[in-house]
Design a protein around this ligand. Sequence first.
Ligand code: AMP
Ligand code: ZN
Length: 114
Amino acid sequence: MSTCLFCGIAAGTIPARQVYSDDHLVAFHDIQPQAPLHVLVVPRRHVSTLNDLEPGDATLVGEMVRRAAIIAADHGYDRRGYRMVLNCNADAGQSVFHIHLHLLGGRRLGWPPG
Ligand code: AMP
Ligand code: ZN
């Protein structure tokens, strides 16, 4: 998927402020942060939407969630709290079609979300 923005960031051909990288995942700061901490956690493998996850991807998704929790804790937000968001398709406002987990922290987050 050479035209995919987040595949490009994962491959290092598109610059990003990376906070974490391993064989399966990359995490980097969102370019338009919606909170003092706004990090995106993405799988290296291209998966367009949550609808495209396969049964064998349960571990991958678990790694995304666990990594985001560690990044939140690294920033000191584990006790006060933070939010994880995964948007799917138009009604949720998905704009980049390579799945990504938003980690938001550092301010009070309203509920219900907009
Ligand atoms: P979503 O609307 O859930 O698809 O989220 C896509 C997110 O990607 C948005 O929060 C954008 O600000 C963010 N984004 C778009 N381009 C970049 C980029 N080049 N580097 C980092 N984040 C980006
Ligand atoms: Zn991709």
